[in-house]
Design a binder for this molecule. Structure first.
Ligand code: NDP
Ligand code: HSE
Length: 439
């Protein structure tokens, strides 16, 4: 068997970087049997040389500056696992200038700078692979770009942030409070270095930007995604949803219709009968609905050291296999011929139609519900069901939970503005979309 030696440089030795080094070591023999290649980590970069690491970096050249590493080392593949988008972008562009192939797990980098990175990589004839950037261990990028390449994709919906799914699951099942569970997710290495990216939905929006481009052949455009996080979700909403037969999940949805493409990331009530409602903890799952294959489902660990390393190393292996046969990359960066990637109409969130869960805090007085339903009536919003906890005491604040029929979001926005101005309505109204995921 031919034994090719592929030289690797890795920038970032945190949760994912250390996982990559451990996985390449642990499964060296298996990888050699599968690929005929020996993958050697020649150099690494991290901020602090003296920090205790959960991987063995003895005998590997260490740099505190990743650019220094690129200038001084001759490698085949540069693996970017620093995160963020400033330093990471400069380092990756420099690595491509040096004609190194790129593997990254950085969704912010691809979503925000992927177009420029791709342009330079075409000039320099380098591969840029990013399987780990969406859904951790779940090989969703390759599936869409390669395995489903004969299909027109109609919609994709998924749980693609492990931290928020871990928080929602733990709050419901263990009754723990939001901040305690977030601390656990940080401890477990799931959260971004700035966890507001997770809980604010930004991380999921970076990932949806990537998914939408590879599903529909549109340019990467983070700004076109509508984003809501889970900051306003309360234990009472999780419990109310259960009582109604739903589970609250933070979903990313891209759907193509004759009017345009919906791109949105927000919490949703998902019927308990759907598989996505039963995806718990740090697990991610993505449903892809396409014309020939129909619905297909992909499930697995959305974050974590070895789980994410599995996807990073699979990209390293893909490049290594190509290098060992002197082959050029064949799958385009976004899975569409570069000159075929084109803008399509993106729908405003106010134009989507949905059913809604609403929690309205009101003063317990006769006639309150009538005042609210009158405003809904004016906006042609009809109520499907009402959940009201018994409260005998007058003039105390109580929550009313309403479920609407399918309505246009713009009508709901207008109605809620009016309702929030009623004297008996206390606090902002909690509004969560209901996704049936059935068509
Ligand atoms: P960590 O914060 O655990 O690690 C970041 C690493 O980068 C650290 O080793 C740090 O050095 C190094 N670093 C930071 N700034 C610099 C710099 N200026 N120069 C050189 N090195 C630097 O991040 P993760 O491993 O969690 O994430 C890495 C990437 O993978 C991110 O893009 C993330 O979004 C993505 N990702 C993460 C997943 C996860 O489960 N954690 C899953 C999927 C993707 P030092 O150790 O010395 O501080
Ligand atoms: N912070 C991310 C998450 C890491 O929780 O899903 C994986 O991309």
């Amino acid at each position: 068997m031919k034994n090719n030696k592929i030289k690797i440089g890795i920038a970032g030795l945190g949760t994912v970087g250390s996982g990559v080094i451990n996985l390449l070591n642990n499964n060296k023999d298996e990888i050699l049997k599968r690929t005929g290649c020996e993958f050697l980590v020649q150099c690494v970069s991290a901020r602090n040389k003296d920090k205790a690491r959960s991987c063995d970096i003895n005998n590997i050249n260490f740099y505190t500056d990743p650019v220094d590493m690129l200038e001084n080392e001759k490698i085949d593949i540069f693996v970017e696992l620093i995160g963020g988008n400033d330093i990471a972008k400069n380092v990756v562009m420099r690595a491509i200038e040096k004609k190194f192939h790129i593997v990254t797990a950085n969704k912010a980098l691809i979503a925000l700078h992927g177009t420029k990175i791709n342009q330079l990589s075409l000039e320099k004839n380098c591969s840029v692979l990013y399987e780990a950037s969406v859904a951790g261990a779940v090989p969703i990028i390759k599936v869409i770009k390669e395995s489903l390449s004969a299909n027109k994709i109609q919609w994709i919906a998924g749980i693609i942030n492990g931290t928020t799914n871990y928080i929602l699951t733990e709050m419901l099942l263990s009754g723990k409070n939001f901040n305690d569970v977030l601390d656990e997710a940080k401890e477990l290495g799931y959260a971004e270095s700035d966890p507001t990216f997770d809980i604010g939905g930004i991380d999921a929006a970076h990932k949806l930007t990537i998914l939408a481009s590879i599903c529909f052949g549109i340019p990467l455009n983070y700004d076109s995604v509508y984003v809501e996080g889970i900051e306003d979700i309360d234990l009472q909403d999780l419990n109310n949803a259960m009582e109604l037969g739903y589970t609250i999940k933070h979903l990313a949805i891209a759907r193509k219709s004759k009017y345009g493409i919906e791109l949105r990331v927000h919490p949703c009530l998902v019927p308990n009968s759907r598989l996505l409602a039963n995806v718990n903890g740090v697990k991610n799952a993505v449903v892809v609905n396409s014309d020939a294959a129909g619905p297909t489902l992909y499930y697995g660990a959305g974050a974590g050291s070895l789980a994410t390393a599995s996807s990073v190393v699979s990209d390293i292996i893909d490049i290594g296999r190509n290098l060992s046969i002197n082959s050029k990359k064949s799958t385009p960066f976004l899975g569409y011929m570069n000159n075929m990637v084109a803008e399509q109409e993106i729908l405003k969130i106010s134009n989507i139609e949905s059913r809604y869960y609403l929690r309205i805090k009101v003063t317990n007085k006769p006639g309150v519900l009538a005042d609210i339903t009158k405003i809904f009536g004016k906006k042609t919003i009809s109520i499907e069901s009402i959940l009201q906890k018994e409260e005998n005491e007058k003039d105390v604040n109580v929550p009313i939970v309403l479920v609407t029929h399918k309505i246009k979001e713009q009508n709901l926005i207008e109605a809620l503005l009016e309702i929030e101005n009623l004297e008996v309505v206390k606090d902002k109204i909690i509004r969560i979309r209901i996704e049936e995921l059935d068509s």
